[in-house]
Design a protein around this ligand. Sequence first.
Ligand code: 3PG
Length: 398
Amino acid sequence: SFGTVEDLPPEQRLLVRLDLNAPVEEGVVKDNRRFSRHAETVERLLDDGHALALLAHQGRPGRDTFVSLGQHAEILADHLDREVEFVADTFGEEALEAIDDLAGGEVLLLENVRMCDEELPEKTPEEHAESEFVRTLAPEFDAYVNDAYSAAHRAHASIVGFPLVMDAYAGPVMETEYTANSAIREREFDRVTMVLGGTKAEDLIPVIERLEGVDRFCLGGIVGELFLRAAGHDVGYDVESDLFDDQWDENREEIKETLETHGDRLVLASDLAYEDDAGERAEVAVDGVEKETSFLDVGSDTVATYADHVSESDAVFVKGALGVFEDERFSDGTVGVLRAIADTDCFSVVGGGDTSRAIPMYDLPEDAFSHVSIAGGAYVAALTGEELVAIEVLERDG
Ligand code: 3PG
């Protein structure tokens, strides 16, 4: 077990790890459920008189989504309706001065923690605890709170380093998500469908391999196209982002192997949607693709097939979007599947940092889903029974 914020004495100086990783479109950070959920944590801690320095990440070096957290501070401030000071530094002089000036009931957000070289290499908690980053920040605080459930599967310095050198507690989002997602494993279902989409193939391949209890995996998004490409279809090339090629280069062999070994449980899209010259949604069967095309959604035959699988299931798990649902023209896949779930009384969990945004965006009834998670990779790690490193170090402390 681990300590929670209930166990904190009042008026502490706290270093709080959140996960504010969000979609970034042309440099603009988009609000997602992580902000509203973490805003509740911040509010609660401020009300108890604590002084808070928040740590969070955005994107990864080399990607378009790797940006400063200045905009995140503004979005969080909007949710809280109070000031969130942004400090463009993580553990240098500027950061230490701002932390020093911080009074009870005040909150600041430090710069993108992945801008610090020591954050990202996957290392043991002991090694991370020795980093200059951890050793500089830890003495400034009474305790560390980890609320970043959706990054709980990453053995990064800000996640696993601090609990070894200071008092550490799980935040309310960490606690609720961990409890809900762990409980899923205890349940038994007759017919289970999992809808897998989004961009991160490396997170999804182990899911397909390990979740033997899932009868059908319905694939979409960039991951779905990569599987179609591995199956010999002429798709999966030209999405306007390097993510696509990176994913193919890094995971090609594993994707082919997964397709060979688990093909009978995989349902791939039969048609895909793209933007035609007139700017309208157009669809093409995967066998009929004639030129390299940026596909933005699965097609309507595919949506119908996936909806059928959903309606025949007594449990449905969603991880990742089937298309670019933020654009209404390409929302049919993601929203169609969510609607099919809402129309049945199956047990359902919707995960994926961004996917859950589709629920309020398209006025889907949130109470039609058993659990809506803000996590992507951490949620599937929980489903597969993989120990979350963040929890493991919090338990050592508790
Ligand atoms: C997520 O968005 O799933 C988490 O913030 C982890 O991000 P990462 O996959 O870039 O480590």
